[in-house]
Design a protein around this ligand. Structure first.
Ligand SMILES: *Cc1c(COP(=O)(O)O)cnc(C)c1O
Length: 438
């Protein structure tokens, strides 16, 4: 038994499924997850000394790769001054100013400890501001695990075939309306019937949690028009996309103007941080200025703020995002060429350095078409990649991420590994998909 297998066996006696977050248990792909010992740049090593090129990057935060020296230095310097005070600090203001200058629509913002807290609080302030209770989300959209948002919520639930979580009161779930992503007509119909009863609509302006889906212009435009017309607050959930595609949000690239934005992942540089914010008028509802309560013992934690500040400082480098786009294109083009040569139909949805390879020949534009991907092929492909030393998210419905440390040489090396993995996947298909255990 490998050390990872031994640790996983023990972990299952301590943690549900052996993990602190479900997708890590490898349920969707089978087998035992490697326990990671350390990371450097674009690579990670497990406790059995296996080396992997990392395309998970902690599910998005590590856009600079593991252990960026500047980030590490600022974390250490800050920690030496004291790890937490439960009081305002200058570094918190510094990160706040950086976020606001990149997201001008976040006139006022508050730091929290996760993306989940950010979206949960954004919904609460929307309800407080409008005096309405119903909310709208889109099928396959994931916005963290707050009760009201665990309805048709993409990757985790989708992977396990549990669209709604147990333990969410039906009375609450009933207040959450869902519509298909990328369907402007469905939006018009719903808002015409009940727009005036909806407190807020929450959307991933580029979806990442049913696999990557870049929306049609008309969808986002219609969403803005309808919400504005009906006094519904529009929340852009940029927890994944914030600082991933440009210095700021995809809202800038897509000319999308939400009322509230939620952030997480990259702004914490790998430590637990989230943020929500919007116009001063909406945010004046938040305690202590207003009646909507929201608090946090460790919110604005100086060490986490330092990680964010140092990360954003590095991301200001002008050519950085066009380089990431180039690597993304190189990887996607390479994968297309390999799959064509082997006759395995794939669809790659990509924006910049975030992408998903779907095993289907049809375009993927919403949850319904995403769910047609052949997850059995994904499972085989994933296992072969792991053997090759490529660490992918262990679910069809997650995004691959690149970091600035995935240089051209690494992309080439990765494509050779992908080629071998897909070659063996082809053989397995030709043999009629024999069971491979687990
Ligand atoms: C990751 C993610 C969240 C949840 O963030 P956590 O920090 O895991 O709670 C919310 N929304 C989106 C779009 C995400 O990608």
């Amino acid at each position: 038994m490998s050390r990872s297998e031994e640790l996983f066996r023990k972990s299952r006696q301590i943690f549900p499924g052996g993990v602190s977050s479900p997708v890590r248990a490898f349920k969707a792909v089978g087998g035992s997850p490697p326990f990671i010992d350390r990371g450097e740049g674009c690579r990670i090593w497990d406790v059995d000394q296996n080396e992997y090129i990392d395309f998970v990057l902690s599910y998005g935060p590590h856009i600079l790769g593991h252990n960026d020296p500047n980030v590490l230095q600022f974390i250490c310097d800050t920690a030496k001054k004291g790890i937490s005070f439960g009081a305002p600090t200058e570094v918190e203001l510094q990160l706040g100013e950086m976020v606001r200058s990149a997201f001008p629509l976040m006139e006022r913002l508050r730091f929290v400890n996760s993306g989940t807290e950010a979206t949960m609080s954004a919904i609460r302030v929307s309800r407080a501001h409008t005096g309405r209770t119903r909310i709208l989300k889109f099928e396959g959209g994931y916005h963290g695990h707050a009760d009201s948002l665990l309805v048709k919520s993409g990757s985790g639930g989708a992977t396990f075939g549990v669209p709604d979580s147990a333990g969410v009161p039906e009375v609450l779930a009933r207040e959450t309306l869902t519509l298909p992503y990328n369907n402007p007509q469905a939006l018009r119909d719903l808002f015409q019937r009940e727009g005036d009863t909806i407190a807020c609509a929450i959307v991933e302006p580029v979806a990442g949690n049913m696999g990557v889906i870049v929306p049609d212009d008309e969808f986002l435009r219609e969403l803005r028009t309808q919400t504005e017309h009906h006094g519904t607050i529009l929340i852009a959930d940029e927890v994944m996309t914030g600082f991933r595609q440009t210095y700021g949000g995809v809202q800038i690239l897509l000319a999308f103007e939400p009322d509230i934005t939620t952030l997480g992942k990259i702004i914490g540089g790998g430590l637990p941080v989230g943020a929500y914010g919007g116009s001063a008028d909406i945010m004046k509802n938040v305690s202590p200025d207003g009646p909507m309560y929201q608090a946090g013992t460790l919110s604005g934690n100086p060490v986490a703020m330092a990680a964010g500040v140092a990360t954003l400082q590095r991301l200001k480098t002008p050519a950085l995002y066009s380089l990431l786009e180039e690597k993304g294109r190189m990887l996607a083009d390479g994968l297309h060429a390999i799959s064509r040569s082997l006759g395995i139909p794939i669809r790659i949805n990509r924006m910049g350095s975030m992408m998903t390879v779907f095993f289907t020949s049809e375009p993927v534009k919403d949850w319904q078409s995403a769910s047609k991907s052949d997850t059995e092929i994904f499972r085989k492909f994933f296992k072969e990649c792991l053997l090759e030393g490529i660490y992918l998210p262990p679910s069809q419905f997650e995004a691959f991420f690149l970091s600035t440390r995935h240089d051209d040489g690494v992309i080439k090396e990765s494509l050779e590994k992908f080629h071998r993995a897909l070659y063996r996947t082809r053989e397995w298909l030709d043999q009629g998909r024999p069971e491979t255990g687990n």
